[in-house]
Design a binder for this molecule. Structure first.
Ligand code: NAD
Length: 364
């Protein structure tokens, strides 16, 4: 006799995102958590010691601070194991909170550990880079690197709270700001042409904090609209994978000297060029994107070159992720992302050669 049994997995987690400047001082935080461990980027801990003290006492009755060096080597199984050992030593329980404070590498690591430690502790994030406020901390994806490969381990674990305090961005180096704008260009390129054009024509987000604050607010709103429809990336949310078909491979090839945002800018160009070669978009769409990327791409990233092998490897990797389909997001217009499948490798290689030639041309 066989029995067919079912039970519902109600994944109805709710995430509240608060965006503002000086949140702890403003009193815009929720009633304090009972006990919380703050997993803090070492650099942020030094630069923002006083504000972090205020944040910790506003957010928790009892708290511990763990300082970690940020970067791609932090988000690895070894990094996760170290963090877990420290949490065990403190005696953290399931009802306690893990609060990740830092850029995307720290928020990715914290989300991952929060999900697996004791089969799930409570999670809140305080992203402190523009990239993390706009993207990495929003949407519940975690990621660890394995053997130099980006995000080979990871899952969805939506934090209960995300506090995007734009004050932290005031100490962010310009290269990191540019890297963050990349993720804003990405989300607007697939969903909101007017907002894309706003930053594509005006770089004052790099120099004026008020404009940066507005950018965080509008980019988080644009992303939250897609997340509300599709929190676990089955369809509309996949638009946000624009700029990611080649990005991880570019980061690996550069041995992580490219920032994540720089790799996304280059990958967006390559994917849009593929769209152009396949007849999905017009030349002007690629040109509009190119001018925007050109405004924000750092000098370091312009020197990056990827081999033909790397482009083919990235396509193969995408195919292996999706059971033989190398779905890729490209643009049909600025503000409209679209899916293309089964991209011939020679088209991808030709597209990347054409993109690289533009930067060679600019150099000479
Ligand atoms: N989970 C997701 O959905 C998602 C989305 C996008 C990116 N990511 C991941 O995010 C990571 C990139 O994030 P990132 O660019 O924030 O990198 P990061 O965490 O390495 O931070 C970049 C640098 O900025 C410093 N920093 C952080 N806050 C600062 C501040 N306020 N002032 C001065 N310096 C500060 C850090 O110490 C670090 O040196 C990548 O690993 C990427 O894969 C994840």
């Amino acid at each position: 006799m066989t029995a067919e049994l079912r039970y519902r997995t109600a994944r109805t987690d709710e995430t509240t995102i608060i965006v503002g400047r000086g949140l702890a001082a403003e009193g815009s935080l929720p009633a304090p958590f009972e006990r919380a461990v703050f997993v803090v980027d070492e650099r942020v801990a030094s630069l923002w010691a006083e504000s972090l003290g205020r944040l910790a006492s506003a957010l928790a009755h009892q708290s511990w601070m763990m300082r970690l060096e940020a970067g791609e080597t932090a988000k690895t199984p070894e990094g996760a194991a170290r963090l877990i050992a420290e949490l065990s030593a403190i005696g953290i329980a399931k009802d306690d909170w893990l609060v990740g404070v830092g850029g995307g590498t720290i928020t990715d690591l914290t989300s991952f550990v929060a999900q697996i430690f004791l089969r799930g502790t409570k999670c809140a994030l305080v992203p402190t880079t523009l990239l993390a406020q706009i993207d990495a901390a929003i949407g519940g994806k975690s990621g660890l690197n394995l053997d130099g490969g980006k995000n080979r381990i990871g899952s969805f674990y939506h934090p209960a709270w995300v506090f995007c305090d734009t004050l932290f961005l005031d100490t962010l180096p310009e290269r990191q700001l540019r890297s963050g704008v990349a993720e804003a260009l990405k989300v607007f390129a697939v969903s909101d042409g007017d907002s894309f054009n706003g930053i594509a024509r005006d770089t004052r987000v790099l120099t004026e904090s008020v404009r940066r604050d507005d950018l965080v607010d509008s980019a988080v709103r644009a992303k939250a609209i897609l997340l509300e429809q599709d929190p676990y990336e089955s369809c509309p949310r996949r638009l946000l994978n624009f700029g990611h078909t080649f990005a991880h491979s570019f980061e690996e090839e550069s041995r992580f000297t490219l920032t994540h945002g720089e790799a996304v800018l280059l990958s967006m160009l390559c994917e849009t060029r593929i769209g152009l070669l396949l007849g999905v978009c017009a030349e002007e769409v690629f040109e509009d994107l190119y001018y925007a990327v050109d405004l924000y791409l750092s000098a370091e990233a312009r020197r990056f070159r990827a081999s033909t092998d790397q482009i083919c490897k990235a396509l193969r990797h995408t195919r292996s992720l999706r059971a033989g389909r190398d779905d890729m997001i490209t643009l049909s217009a600025i503000g409209r992302g679209t899916l293309v499948s089964l991209v011939p490798p020679d088209v991808a290689v030709a597209a990347w050669d054409e993109v690289s030639a533009l930067f060679h041309r600019d150099e000479s």
